[in-house]
Write a protein that binds this ligand. Structure first.
Ligand code: FUB
Length: 462
């Protein structure tokens, strides 16, 4: 009997573990800060992610990036933020824009952190290099000026997004660029100067920015952000890749390895860790996220027998763990025939209140109070609602007010102890309340005079 109990407990534990682990894939590596532009490095049994740090305010329309963070993990599932280990202030000659970066171990065993950064001199972006004795630093400027700038002959139209790769023979290669301008050059073993001329690699179809160079089974791979209509909607990017038999090409385009994500930018790092390959990238899926408030995440990546890569399944894609909307049936007092009520529960994180790319609920040309509702087959304990309003800058505007209600068994009543019902644009408006047990949650929406209302996404949490 005791053995049966032990077996049952072990089985339950296993279930718990197998339930929990995959849920971590695709989730942001942290929600404490917004992170972007990942680079990955394996040292011993640790996976390090070097990320940018998005600090734009809610609704911000520009990058605000001042430093870079290091994250570490021994299981590729939970990550520890080691802190901001490098910042603009480490480069005395630079003043802004701590954009994409990558760390590579040098022949001297030190760690070289190649950064995109805005120098104070002529031109805009440059590539700088910092060096440290361990993967977490401390790091100091290794040159005292840019490695690559606008004055580098044949430099990119935008000198950002360095990727550095050391081949088996010890030769080091730097690729970088944006605005369709991919460039490559060999680096000295010192990692702080270039060797020979900067080339424009050939065969890299639709290159936009964010290159990532690596090698597997003797084949060189170059993954990069592309933004052609064959792979993403206007303003968004996918990740394409090419392969070559030599580190400077010529390259052969192989296809798309990562579809468009919820942020407009897309930025890959591909790495093998403990026998599993991963695609590390960013999106806008964290709560409150957006194009300038991105989050680094990772998902498993699979190679086919012929060396091509399968398209990555974005398991976290839209990340909202515990969102009860996923299992609810939506209904409404009225939806315009051309809109999609189901869009409110597709788990997408809109880029803004104008982001109709994943559909929306809209009630044009009704005015006054309309409602949307979630219904579950069994009672749910609910304590939080999050709504992202739709505003098409035409007939649909932000509401004047709203109220979260629930079915108490005989009537719809306001949820108790509600923290208010926000009507802000470009963000999830959260309402927290005393938990209710109900099969129906309703959102009453009252329009501004002369306008109708709409919702891009509505979440409910226990
Ligand atoms: O984060 C700023 C810039 O956005 C990066 O350098 C690009 O790769 C894009 O992700």
């Amino acid at each position: 009997m005791r053995r049966r109990w032990a077996a049952a407990i072990a089985a339950a534990l296993l279930l718990l573990l197998t339930d929990v682990r995959p849920a971590l894939a695709g989730a942001p590596i942290t929600t404490a800060i917004y992170t972007a532009d990942p680079a990955a490095l394996v040292v011993g049994d640790t996976l390090y992610l070097y990320t940018g740090h998005d600090e734009a305010p809610t609704g911000g329309t520009n990058f605000v990036m001042r430093d870079w963070h290091v994250f570490s993990s021994t299981d590729a599932a939970t990550f520890t933020d080691q802190g901001a280990k490098l910042s603009i202030s480490n480069f005395s000659w630079a003043g802004a824009d701590a954009w994409a970066s990558e760390v590579e171990r040098g022949a001297d065993g030190r760690y070289y952190w190649f950064t995109s950064i805005n120098g104070n001199g002529p031109g805009w972006m440059n590539i700088g290099v910092a060096v440290g004795n361990s993967p977490t630093g401390p790091f100091t400027d290794a040159i005292g000026g840019p490695l690559i700038s606008d004055s580098t002959p044949n430099s990119s139209p935008l000198n950002i997004d360095p990727t550095v790769f050391t081949d088996d023979d010890g030769q080091v290669y730097l690729y970088w660029g944006s605005y369709y301008g991919l460039r490559a050059v060999r680096l000295n073993a010192s990692m702080t100067s270039t060797v020979g001329s900067v080339i424009t690699p050939s065969g890299v179809s639709n290159f936009w920015e964010a290159p990532w160079l690596f090698k597997r089974n003797g084949v060189y791979y170059l993954a990069y952000a592309a933004n052609d209509s064959g792979c993403s909607q206007p303003g968004y990017a996918c990740v394409r890749y090419a392969t070559a038999s030599s580190p400077l090409g010529p390259w052969t385009h192989r296809g798309v390895v990562l579809d468009q994500v919820s942020s407009t930018t897309n930025h890959p790092a591909i790495i093998e860790f403990k026998g599993q390959w991963y695609m590390v990238y960013h999106n806008a899926a964290a709560p409150g996220g957006g194009n300038f408030r991105r989050s680094v995440t990772l998902d498993k990546l699979t190679f086919n027998a012929d060396g091509t890569m399968q398209k990555v399944v974005q398991t976290g894609g839209p990340v909202s763990p515990g969102n009860l909307a996923a299992t609810a049936t939506p209904s409404t007092s009225y939806v315009s025939p051309w809109e999609t009520l189901g869009a409110i529960k597709d788990g997408y994180t809109p880029a803004s209140s104008q982001d109709h790319s994943h559909g929306a609920y809209g009630n044009w040309n009704h005015q006054g109070t309309e409602w949307i509702e979630y219904q579950w087959p069994t009672a749910q304990t609910i304590r939080r609602s999050e709504v992202y309003w739709f505003d098409d800058d035409q007939g649909i505007d932000l509401p004047a007010s709203c109220q979260v209600q629930y079915w108490n068994g005989s009537a719809y009543v306001a949820v108790p102890g509600a923290s208010g019902c926000g009507v802000a644009a470009n963000t999830f408006n959260a309402t927290t309340f005393t938990p209710v047990s109900t099969t129906r949650l309703r959102l009453n929406i009252t329009s501004r005079s002369g306008y109708s209302t709409g919702v891009l996404e509505w979440r409910a949490f226990s």
